[in-house]
Design a protein around this ligand. Structure first.
Ligand code: MF3
Ligand code: CO
Length: 254
């Protein structure tokens, strides 16, 4: 969406604040033995306590065979995106865990994600996480009124190369604000100066997905979870931002 009115801006800020608060509350719960269903329950409770609604719950994008059944997406190790929480899936030491959450507040939707390592993790896991965070920040830094979607993709490519990690080219950022996925699509690869021009007030979710192997993904049998084709580990960070004349306002700060 394009944020135009003060009401839009305040609604988006509140939605993003709830999302940031809840994501931050989840981090200390990511411990050995905790199930992903427990994380989902905590996420939903946290959102509702602050007057929000889980934006992913029952969301059905075109092409999906059934609505997403949870508030939170949890992806571990070789899983890349849209991991459905389960009471049978417990977190283990060394896991790379990405938590992806959406909030709707007064109809305003924000979308954000962060990744963490359970325990110390190995050097590759640490490199992947640094790359994932840095690539998001680099992409966000390209945004301002009049910038182009290709600027963000080009910035992700530079960081991925620096850390020798792969980009999942089939997943990307998107407009957000009134629903979870809106135009434009923002690829995580691109050429500076190409792609859609971003108008003032654009509300966007950027989400580079990086892997330690190749960037190809497969859809698992649950029809929601994407995993790497080669079994390599993946991580992502995501922020919802609002485009300003000078840059962006980050609506989901963490
Ligand atoms: N950040 C994820 C994305 O944009 C959120 C997916 S919500 C889901 O794809 F409900 F589709 F899982
Ligand atoms: Co998203």
């Amino acid at each position: 969406m394009l944020a135009k009115t003060q009401e839009d801006i305040e609604g988006l800020r509140m939605s993003g604040k709830i999302l940031s608060d809840v994501l931050k509350e989840l981090i200390p719960l990511v411990q050995v033995g905790v199930t992903t269903a427990e994380l989902d329950l905590a996420a939903e409770k946290g959102i509702r306590e602050q007057g929000g609604v889980p934006a992913f719950l029952n969301y059905k994008p075109s092409g999906a065979s059934f609505p997403y059944p949870a508030a939170l997406c949890v992806t571990i190790n070789d899983e890349v995106a849209h991991g459905i929480p389960s009471e049978h899936r417990a977190i283990a030491d060394g896991d790379i865990v990405s938590l992806d959450l959406g909030v709707s507040y007064n109809g305003y939707v924000t979308d954000a994600a962060l990744a963490c390592i359970v325990g110390a993790g190995d050097a590759d896991a640490q490199r992947l996480l640094v790359a994932a965070r840095e690539s998001l920040d680099a992409a966000v830094a390209t945004l301002k009124a009049g910038a182009r979607t290709g600027d963000a993709g080009a910035a992700v490519e530079v960081v991925a190369k620096k850390y020798n990690v792969a980009i999942v080219e089939d997943l990307g950022g998107h407009g957000v604000g009134k629903s979870v996925h809106e135009k434009p699509y923002i690829s995580n690869v691109g050429k500076k100066g190409t792609g859609d021009v971003l108008p003032l007030g654009s509300v966007l979710a950027l989400e580079p997905h990086l892997t330690l192997g190749k960037g190809d993904i497969v859809l698992e049998d649950d029809e929601w979870t994407y995993a790497t084709h080669d079994g390599s580990r993946a991580a992502h960070f995501e922020q919802t931002v609002m485009v300003t004349e000078a840059g962006v306002e980050i609506l989901t700060p963490f």
